[in-house]
Ligand binder design. Sequence first.
Ligand code: ACM
Ligand code: ZN
Length: 753
Amino acid sequence: MMRRIFLMTLMLLFSCIMYAQVTIIPKPVHCKENVGFFEINTQTRIIVPDKSQLSNGNYLVRLLKLNNGVEVSRKSALNSVFFTYNRKLPKEGYRLTVEKNNIKIQASGGAGFFYAIQSLRQMLPVTLKQGSKSSDYKIPCLELDDNPRFSWRGMHLDFSRHFFSLSEVKDFLDHMALYKMNKFHMHLTDDQGWRVEIKKYPELTANGAFRKPSRHDVECNKRAKHDKLLEIDSQKFIDKNGEQFYGGFFTQEDIKEIITWASERYIEVIPEVDVPGHFRAAMDQYPNLTCFGKSGQGISNANRSIPACLGNENAYRFIKDVLFEIGDLFPSRYIHIGGDEVLTENWEKCPKCQKVIEDKGLNNEHELQSYFNQRIEKDLKKRGKKVIGWDEIVLGGISKGATMMWWRNWHPEAVKKALKNGNEMIFTPLNPYYFDYVNGADGMEKVYNYSSKIIPEYFSDEQAKLVKGIQGCLWSEYLPNVKRMQYMAFPRLLALAETAWSPLNIQNINDFKSRLQSHYARFDALGINYALKKIEGIQQNMVFADSMLVTLKTKEEGAKIYYSLNGLDPLIVDSCQYSVPIKIGDNVTLKAVAVKNGKKDKVYRASILKQEIQEAISSEAIAFKGLNYWSFNTPLVPDDYWLTSPENISKIIVPEPTDGNDHSLMYKGYIQVDKDGLYTITTGLRGESYVTVDDCLIVKNTLTDGVNKGQVVLRAGIHKIDMCFEHVKSGSKLKVTFEGEDKKKLSINDLIY
Ligand code: ACM
Ligand code: ZN
């Protein structure tokens, strides 16, 4: 008897293990799991309704890697996967019924069948090899009904700042398809490189696709010393007369291959040629198309390049030629013309541009760009194309037919303007959808939780239809190789995919995170590099007075932290596993790494130094009270800022820039702390910034490193403080906090002397 109970318990346990939990991402609209399994074996046939579904059938066969046995057929077998049309199902939707003897997939068209296959794919083991046993091919019985929330579920990839190869793109498309994403936005041109062959203008790629190291390359190399993921892919260099050039481009044949590969995965490829700014890779080849015959970087803003002259008909002809060739190459009805961050300083001085402004009765340079956009839009419309542009395109007015891609969270009025004008919109707000930006401890949660904000509250149900969907962006300034690109994209991409597909009322972050756990093994099997949540408690520079305890933690489920104090990468052995706060009494380099399921995340590094207490300043030595404050309508503080007189303030002021562009702020003065001890200073503002205390650099932020912290040991009393913020965006809130050893956070405003 005991033996029977034992056996039954064992069988029950076994069946529980075999009763796989369905962890599909994006979460299907409706899913009812039943008892039992369908087992795919070499007798299984895939029955498609007509020739048009052969490609889906063959795709499934390839996925199963059982191509000696499973085949697509029109003849039914006992044990089959049936594709049948159900024209009542929504576009891209599908119904999947798994029973013990067969699988039925219903859809109104190819996309639905394809997405059903992706759901099946996620229920199969992560590694299917040629010759896997049929017992590996068990799919739980279920009834699943599914269709997407948005028709635009996009990912963007910048090929200009750093380039990605054809095979890297194919892999990425395959990963997008697994999560039912359907738009691939290729940012093919920018200041740092032209990445697509244009037959009419071969110089664009012959010269424009290759460059000497950019400032981003220099920065990547610098950071690569401590973070291998920032190494520039050596395959992307060529030798020109003994000199190394970075670059690469897609031939038109490559592009066709990408489009075919994407369309087999029901992904539409949208090309972007960014005009008339972000256009240096072209203007360097054709400087006569700029206002003063000279390309290069701007004067008021060195981050922006000199645009095409909008008073020069040859520039219009050139841009039209390029866009027409692109339009013919890409079957998408959309063509993205960029339009972001255009430097208008040359247009303001150029007689030809000014003449257009006068002749056409335009009010300013924004309207000049609108005039250009509308001309281009009209020309493209005649060729059956619909224009997309970044949200700047609505500023000076745009026709109703254009689609706005909203990226500047801090310009909500662009959405209002587009709404009033009736433009379709795609939302890709920088925060949190720019995946090249720092992930942080809650990057993925931020993406997921943004979902409820996608449709602004003031939109009616009818107006909500103008929102076609959402998109993640991968700008590649600091993505110098495909592994880092994946690291920044995953797992955030899954949060985006789920919120783009699943209806809002079934979205749940905790449920998502629990399903996500089974996907890490799939990432590993597919060779996808991904980020674990950051380790908290470690920062680049840390200081202490007598001794300190370093507490490390991570919110990554199931991850362990390993550390070292000898400057070497931590060994993944028990003796190096973090368990209790680390006592530090000497100068050391602390390195820490999170490990989950055997996957090592990046190594975090801190230089920890004993610091002498910074003595206070006598109140007699102080020239003024409060802060002296400067504000500039340029993104960088001018070198000769001290020639302008500051305003004296007692609380931080953050003005709005007059022209809506990035601006810069500087504050210099005194603070007073009431206790001796260690202070951690945090600045909460995106952009470049630094804070010095008593002339020592404590905090330094760069655009992509996000919020940084620094520490200093201070004597109670008065100390000198300098704070500088560059690339401040309109609408920014500036927060500087001091945290003492008692962990109490004080605003800088509470400390100003
Ligand atoms: C953009 O990020 N400049 C569209
Ligand atoms: Zn001009």
